[in-house]
Ligand binder design. Structure first.
Ligand code: C6P
Length: 395
């Protein structure tokens, strides 16, 4: 089927997003004429320094950070996540009095692999399993807490399912027990309101390319007065917390992108949600499809589904040929690999828990694109089920 949209239909916005036009326009001058190092004292430096301060202000406002808190620019959320876990290890866990981290089975590998690395250094890690709704509840966190718990790290919204964890309740629990709390908010910013004070977080990771900013730039929010050993030592950039000459053009673009993302939250919650629900309703009309997680518990843009009798990769291949970009999430296609823990938790059988297709929308998607996608999906499922060795197709 020939795609009627010249640039294709992009439904993989949890992987990365299109750069906003305004973010692109705002950063251009800093790639060209205004190239000074913001730490330099001459005119070239002061003009980039001013732009840097403005962009940082936009990030503080977007997160509702206080001006006593720190927002430190990093290269991406992977770096921010690594920094929190390894920094807390250096500051607290390696001394032995506290040696326990609570996290979940559904974190991004930037958390999971770093926890596994810390386990090799002697840290105890509890990986909470999602409940039957696919989320982690506050009681599970409370029950896992011990005298040794030094850090709780739980993502705000899951990248595969879009399911939202009760971050404000978990934040309040951690604060009342004096335990540090980190959240990976990569998939929450621009989709739902994120307020670091309300959520009582000590650390929060984000990545610009998930909210229509550029790739290779992100940040870590650190609450006022919380120490964190740097990952990168060097000059006095970012108050000595993260060294390296700052990437002014990308930081400027991230400032614009996060401001726009917050301004667009209402649109995300109404229009993007409406289009997501339209696509989801159409999927649910097809026989033997599982959509993971209650809609009301998910961010407005995400659908993770399993289609009986069809490998996720085969479906993606058909979609790609029709100009539509989606992904498999990281649910594993191979029987030998782990099943998706959320699907297991919500009671999916083995076949469904091993295959998935993720559709993630953005504010740039249109009704026409969704209608076209629905048409392509219907045809593809019919075609693939007819040739499936595991599915008995009945017209
Ligand atoms: N998730 C996905 O397709 P980076 O790559 O460092 O900017 O972001 C990493 C990251 C961290 N946390 C969460 C919750 C994420 O979703 C991601 C990126 C992409 O789901 C690529 S694996």
């Amino acid at each position: 089927m020939t795609c009627p949209f010249p640039n294709g239909v992009y439904l993989d916005n949890n992987a990365t997003t299109q750069l906003s036009e305004q973010a692109h326009a705002d950063m251009e001058i800093f790639l060209e004429r205004k190239y000074g190092n913001p730490n330099s004292l001459h005119k070239f430096g002061t003009e980039t320094h001013t732009a840097l301060s403005k962009a940082l202000d936009e990030i503080y406002v977007a997160l509702n950070a206080s001006d006593k808190d720190d927002v430190i620019i990093t290269s991406c959320a992977t770096e921010s996540n690594n920094w929190v876990l390894k920094g807390v290890y250096f500051d607290l866990l390696r001394h032995g009095q506290k040696n326990h981290i609570i996290t979940t089975q559904v974190e991004h590998p930037a958390i999971r692999s770093t926890c596994e690395f810390l386990e090799e250094l002697g840290v105890q890690v509890t990986y909470l399993a999602p409940n039957k709704n696919g989320i982690i509840n506050v009681e599970q966190v409370r029950e896992a807490m011990t005298e040794q718990t030094g850090l709780v790290s739980i993502m705000w919204a899951n990248n595969e399912t879009g399911l939202i964890h009760p971050i404000e309740q978990i934040g309040a629990l951690c604060r009342s027990h004096g335990i540090l709390f980190h959240t990976d908010a990569v998939q929450a910013i621009g989709k739902i309101p994120v307020d670091v004070q309300k959520a009582q977080v000590d650390f929060l990771s984000f990545s610009a390319h998930k909210f229509h900013g550029p790739k290779g730039i992100g940040g870590l929010y650190i609450r006022e007065g919380i120490p964190l050993t740097p990952l990168l030592h060097g000059g006095e950039h970012m108050h000595g917390r993260r060294s390296g000459t700052l990437n002014v053009p990308y930081i400027v673009a991230m400032g614009t992108a996060i401001r726009e993302a917050v301004e667009a939250l209402e649109f995300e919650n109404t229009e993007v949600r409406r289009l997501r629900d339209k696509l989801e309703d159409a999927l649910l009309q097809i026989k033997d499809i599982l959509v993971v997680g209650e809609r009301s518990l998910r961010v407005p843009n995400t659908i993770l589904c399993s289609i009986r009798g069809i490998e996720g990769e085969s479906m993606l291949w058909d979609l790609n040929k029709a100009g539509i970009a989606a992904s498999t999430g990281s649910a594993c296609a191979s029987e030998t690999l782990e099943a998706n823990p959320v699907m297991v938790a919500i009671g999916a059988d083995k076949e469904l828990a091993h295959t998935a297709v993720r559709f993630s929308l953005s504010r740039y998607n249109t009704e026409e694109e969704i209608d076209y996608t629905i048409d392509v999906i219907r045809r593809s499922i019919e075609r693939l089920r007819k040739i499936s060795s595991t599915y008995t197709y009945v017209a």
